[in-house]
Design a protein around this ligand. Structure first.
Ligand SMILES: [Zn+2]
Length: 194
């Protein structure tokens, strides 16, 4: 997920690694990650490192594995409201087990849709279960920005994109911009061959 930059200097750049709207990998249902008593495999540890590196470069607040072409249930979330030491959460096999509170609107963006932002309604709060890289289970209850980001990223694991939440009339209104996003994907595909 991306949030609107406050200044031009923070403008989100279309990352080379990030798959864009129109890429089939954004519509897959991802697979559960095997977790043993020793944690996840070295491949998954490497994937997590890669997601954090890309998120750092692109300045977003969340990234899901399918956005880099990997169909595994892995997301990383950087909570801009948390203290630095607690701002980064890696989630293996996250599952939202409860939502609560009213539906609230917030202007969302997505690193797979460079430059596109729109208000999306979602429940204010969530309870999410997940495992960390070491195989430890966690449960977090949250009704702030973190809850919004997690809902956006867990959607990615099910092939759901933030524009899917918009009413039909809004989608029609956005159609020219969505077409431009798809053109951006085709250019990206030609450049990157993926
Ligand atoms: Zn996204």
């Amino acid at each position: 997920m991306a949030v609107k930059a406050d200044s031009e200097a923070e403008e989100i750049l279309p990352g080379r690694a990030i798959r864009r709207y129109g890429n089939a990998c954004l519509r897959v249902t991802c697979q559960p990650v095997p977790v043993s008593a020793r944690g996840v495999s070295p491949d998954v540890v490497a994937l997590v490192k890669r997601l954090w590196r890309i998120l750092g470069v692109d300045g977003g607040v969340g990234l899901a594995a399918p956005q880099v072409g990997i169909d595994l249930n892995v997301v990383v979330v950087r909570d801009p409201e948390a203290a630095t030491a607690k701002s980064r959460t890696t989630m293996i096999n996250p599952e939202i087990v409860e939502t609560f509170g009213p539906e609230v609107f917030f202007e969302e963006g997505c690193l797979s849709f460079p430059g596109l932002f729109h208000d999306v309604a979602r429940p204010r709060g969530i309870v999410v279960n997940f495992t960390d890289e070491s195989g430890h289970s966690h449960q977090i209850r949250n009704d702030k920005m973190f809850a919004r980001i997690v809902q956006h990223e867990v959607d990615h694991l099910n092939g759901v994109l933030f524009v899917d939440h918009l009413p039909f009339t809004k989608k029609v209104w956005l159609l020219p911009r969505l077409i431009m996003q798809r053109v951006g994907h085709l250019i990206w595909k030609l450049r990157n061959g993926k």
